[in-house]
Design a protein around this ligand. Structure first.
Ligand code: NGQ
Ligand code: ZN
Length: 465
């Protein structure tokens, strides 16, 4: 399965020479960066290229993609036809449930490998896979409770992407402990069985590189209940905790009717939300909720392309940033995997709403730097990766871009990240290292063809049963 000669399972050691790099406190020229055991162990500035070093143009910390449902990639483009009545998030969800009914573990692995490869080629070094497709179509578990999680792990191992695997607790079909129905049967676990699922998931990733993380993901307040949520969070006192929250206005109404508080309000009052939490979407918040979420230290998991695609609404960026809130970026439904475009969509949605320019900067300065470096730090925090900045001791999650690309060639160092967000496409990515694994070279993944062929076979099997 895995070709160790092409994508090393253990982190390489080596030296990277960059014409320029965005270090923690600013730009530097002619740097070497030493990688050992997957970490940055030394950075030297103003040096000449040492023999044997891999030379790149512009080196940046690579982003982690903090929220993905890999399987949804295979239905991209299948839900964009208007049907009778008003199409909504909820009608999309019905189509998504119908789609996932047919997925086998083999399909899940083939799709995830393609998705992870596309993420790496887009410049992401790691992914948070919010994984809820656990069981067989009739709801009975596979022999190995973590069968499908093991498929996600295999896809991560094959591609070399850094994996934070987030098995999902999904107990109820809707707010107020409604029964699970139809496609939801593949997701469902009691808190007790979920605890066993997390243990099996840990075994499933045990052969992966040491930067691999297992966290937990209560799916949403809708799909859990207060006691199950508390018990689960208490039983897993370390590692990332991700939850979908306040994405749709109907969800706000249902949670208010049931729990007598808005979703974020309820969560902040009833759970110990802190730096290990990632609040995915957090679209609809009152000013008090925004301030409380920002103060909690949690990361807002923003998924701008999917949120636009699903008609969720627009995140209240200015107040959240002013309150010091942390954020990161996720590709969620994977309808399109494009890193610069996520950041651009995030800023453009604010501009369209506010009829203003350069919105997502708390005081003054570059929007691109604020978004890119903010998402690098927030993404790393949410994924439990000691990455997000080019500094000694950090995990070597690196991306190199070609500053001589026509979209970037005219820009100064201080304008470069604005160019990356607003002018360039992800084709400017030349190299990616994930925890020191040099997985993208000359913009390509070494297993691109095999993975693509396997993906094509899987989707053809899905559409022509
Ligand atoms: C998901 N996606 O879990 O894939 C959800 C849809 C739900 C987004 N929320 C299902 N974007 O929320 O129940
Ligand atoms: Zn999601």
């Amino acid at each position: 399965m895995q070709n160790a000669a092409e994508v090393p399972a253990t982190a390489e050691a080596g030296t990277v020479f960059a014409r320029r790099a965005r270090l923690t406190d600013g730009w530097a020229r002619d740097i070497t960066l030493r990688i050992e055991s997957g970490r940055i162990t030394a950075i030297d500035i103003g040096v000449s290229r040492p023999p044997g070093a891999i030379a790149v143009d512009t080196l940046l910390p690579a982003l982690g993609n903090l929220h993905s449902h890999a399987f949804q990639r295979a239905m991209a483009g299948m839900t964009e036809r208007k049907q009778a009545g008003q199409d909504s998030f909820w009608t999309w969800r019905t189509l998504m449930y119908a789609f996932l009914e047919r997925l086998t573990p083999e399909h899940i692995e083939a799709i995830a490998a393609q998705v992870f490869l596309e993420m790496l080629e887009a410049g992401y070094a790691a992914v948070g896979e919010f994984h809820y497709l656990h069981h067989q179509p009739d709801g009975s578990p596979y022999n190995d409770l973590a069968e499908t999680g093991a498929r996600i792990a295999a896809a991560a191992a094959e591609t070399g992407i850094g994996l934070t695997l987030l098995p999902v607790l999904y107990t109820h079909g809707g707010a107020g402990c409604q029964p699970v129905e139809g496609g939801q049967r593949r997701f469902a676990n009691s808190p007790d069985r979920f605890a066993r699922l997390v243990e099996s998931t840990r075994s499933a990733v045990s052969a992966l590189p040491p930067d691999t993380v297992v966290g937990i993901a209560p799916h949403s307040l809708r799909a859990t209940d207060p006691d199950g949520l508390t018990a689960t969070v208490t039983a897993h006192p370390v590692g990332p905790v991700h939850i979908h929250i306040a994405e749709q206005t109907r969800e706000i109404e249902q949670i208010e009717a049931w729990l007598r508080a808005r979703p974020v309000e309820w969560l902040l009052a009833n759970q110990s939300v802190d730096r290990r939490w990632c609040l995915v979407h957090a679209t609809h918040m009152t000013p008090d909720e925004i301030d409380g979420a920002a103060r909690s230290g949690a990361v807002a998991g923003l998924c701008p392309i999917t949120e636009a695609n699903l008609g969720d609404g627009v995140f209240e960026g200015p107040r959240y940033l002013a309150a010091g809130g942390g954020f990161g970026i996720g590709s969620d439904s994977n309808v399109r995997i494009a890193l610069g475009e996520e950041l651009r969509m995030l800023e453009y949605s604010q501009r369209l709403r506010d009829r203003a320019r350069n919105v997502l900067v708390p005081r003054e300065g570059s929007v691109g730097e604020t978004l890119y470096l903010g998402a690098a730090a927030g993404g790393a925090q949410a994924l439990g990766r000691g990455a997000g900045t080019l500094a000694t001791g950090s995990l070597a999650d690196l991306v190199a871009i070609d500053g001589s690309d026509p979209s970037l060639a005219a820009l100064s160092d201080g304008q470069l990240l604005d160019g990356l967000c607003f002018a360039a496409g992800d084709r400017v990515v030349t190299d990616v290292w994930s925890a020191g694994r040099h997985v993208i070279r000359s913009g390509r993944h070494p297993r691109r063809e095999e993975i693509r062929v396997r993906y094509a076979r899987a989707v053809s099997d899905l559409i022509n049963p």
